[in-house]
Design a binder for this molecule. Structure first.
Ligand SMILES: [Zn+2]
Length: 230
């Protein structure tokens, strides 16, 4: 037994014990997924929670199709608050342990526009306070005047166990940036930091510039490495 996914224009058939196709179900925020399960377990009926889940997914699909990006556009999933810091221009580099341009399949991404996607992972209060400490001590590669207010706001929200981190939302695509040729961290910060011995020789900075936020964050599941947006 199966049924059609209830999301508009979705042609997937869904097993009878599931409500939506897996791709659409992943777009439903966790608390709403739980509410759908709980109400269904109680009376075995499609409830207001089910309808809300469909509404959220259809809104996300509409947001996604309103954004016109060329086919083959790649996305990069980044933890918060780093993804939002990129979007406000406070973080000009994404630091990773590899240089994607050395892989033939990815070298063509240099100079291309990619989607910046915020991971579903909620940062801990310790992590956020550590970022604030580094900014204060001048040890951060962030643009302090832009970064500090956002990180402070997020730290307050995480400390107060606020569910909706609107200043740095989770599990959404935030916009696009043009990714540049990766550079070694030792070259980027040569002479710019007091103690260059502490720079990690194996780290690369991936430049992210020409930031363009989406009108609304677009819910998306995300993945490792560069994944296909369109
Ligand atoms: Zn579907």
């Amino acid at each position: 037994m199966s049924h059609a996914c209830p999301v508009q224009n979705c042609s997937s058939q869904v097993a009878s014990h599931l409500y939506m196709c897996p791709r659409h179900w992943r777009m439903v925020p966790k608390p709403l997924q739980t509410a759908v399960y709980e109400s269904y377990q109680k009376d075995g009926r499609v409830s207001v929670n089910h309808r809300e889940a469909v509404r959220v997914v259809e809104a996300a699909e509409a947001g996604r199709s309103a954004i016109k990006l060329p086919p083959g556009t790649r996305a990069l999933t980044i933890y918060q608050p780093w993804a939002s810091l990129i979007m406000i221009g406070a973080k000009p580099y994404e630091f990773r342990r590899w240089d994607f341009s050395l892989l033939p399949a990815l070298a063509k991404l240099v100079g291309q526009r990619i989607v910046i996607h915020a991971s579903v992972r909620r940062p801990s209060l310790d992590e956020l306070n550590d970022i604030l400490d580094r900014i204060e001590q001048g040890e951060s590669a962030l643009k302090a005047d832009l970064a500090e207010p956002l990180v402070r706001q997020m730290s307050a929200a995480v400390g107060a166990k606020v569910a909706d981190l609107h200043m740095a939302p989770l599990g959404v695509a935030l916009g696009t940036a043009v990714i540049g040729q990766p550079r070694r961290v030792v070259d980027i910060f040569k002479g710019a930091v007091a103690d260059s011995d502490r720079l990690d020789e194996h780290m690369f900075g991936w430049p992210l510039a020409s930031i363009e936020p989406f009108p609304q964050p677009v819910p998306a599941a995300g993945a490792q490495g560069f994944w296909s947006w369109s």
